[in-house]
Design a protein around this ligand. Sequence first.
Ligand code: SAH
Ligand code: SF4
Ligand code: F3S
Length: 447
Amino acid sequence: MLKKFKIKTFGCQMNVYDSQKICEILYKLGYKKTSIDRDSDIFLINTCHIREKAKQKLYSELGKIYKIKKNRLKNNLSTICVVAGCVAQAEGKEIFKRAPFVDIVVGSQAYHKLPSLIKNINLKLKKKLSIELDFAPKSKFDNLPKENIQKEISSYLTIQEGCNKFCKFCVVPYTRGPEYSRPVEEIINEAKILTKNGTKEIILLGQNVNAYHGVGPNKKEFNLGKLIYFLAKIKNLKRIRYMTAHPKDMHEDLFKAHKNVKKLMPFLHLPIQSGSNKILKAMNRNYTVEEYLKIINRIKKCREDIVFSSDFIIGYPGETKDDFKKTLNLIDKVKFVQSFSFIYSPRPGTTAYNLKDTIKQEEKKERLSILQNKLKSYQEDFNKNFVKKSLNVLFSNTSNEKKIQSMGYSQYMQLVRVKNKIDILGKIKNIKIKKSFYKSLEATPLI
Ligand code: SAH
Ligand code: SF4
Ligand code: F3S
């Protein structure tokens, strides 16, 4: 009988990309994906370590897997439990201590070793635990499957891994290791395979995607701006996006790409974290609010209709009411159209971990709620603006088997739903908006 696996993914888009590659690895080994617990011969959790809550999700998930594993054993069925990703990288052997029934711990740069790790468990060569935590992004990308069985209309493509910036609050430089940029040729080849299989939009990924500096043709170094020019030449590729960009790494070629490459969408996620220079400095972000605003204005000059989203950290040690007000003021200036915001979570191993917590929990919660209400009102206003107007939407999904409702994203990254009779999947349609909501839009059906 065909063996089956279940995979659960937490964390950022880079984990989503990695999970897709892990699926391809398991398909190659003859496994089939399932969503049914009791059928799963392999359980895989791809984890995130960015905040304490993200980490806790792993252990609550493992509690469930333990029970399933025990029940399957009663029917003489063995189950392999794999913990992958950033918690695996950060905690390593600790995971086996807290959850001894875990079979494999594999860090974020070692997925390509999964076939041999699984084989060893199946052959009972390694009775208890198997661990792979090497930082070797080059060999990871060299050895990941090139096939693309899961066909997507909008696809992620990781071009850069890791981070050298060491913001004081952040685990990424420790969980993903130092910066690595994939060679241009490899990226173009992957993009061509994706588009051949029906992809119309590619979202270029990296923890610091605009710090990309891969080897290009004639051994010349390429930056992200140049890479976008190159990718735009792929005929069947209609849309390009990139994330997550760091304000410090915005560069001339990238501004030019925003100006000249029409396939590059007018939406940019550019995390600022705080609107106070004092806090930005304490975080080691290496830019000021004024510099950030200059970048925003510069991009707007290149592409008039561009809109922005951001990340915010609330309650960083030392954040006063006045610092917080400055963050609110910044939001009023930029009018972000969507954003992520979280209360600061101290992470073991980071430099900020031992800083004294200066703010009461209730105060942090109140600040977060004020900030989120402000962000929400700008997002709602932005969406409302499009009622009775048209947007370009790439339809990438249907909501159910009957394919009655199609979903896609506008050029500004708004989720648009439409109850359509004709099949519009994979097509970009200029469609009229009927209704707006906080996080989505409803369009008038096309006939
Ligand atoms: N490289 C990107 C962000 C990657 S992490 C950048 O520098 O902008 C994604 C987001 O998680 C960050 O932008 C930040 O807002 C949030 N984050 C990271 N560490 C955090 C922590 N310790 N507590 C709360 N939020 C955190
Ligand atoms: Fe983390 Fe800062 Fe690197 Fe972003 S730039 S991944 S926040 S260390
Ligand atoms: Fe989380 Fe790792 Fe991404 S810590 S946010 S999954 S890089």
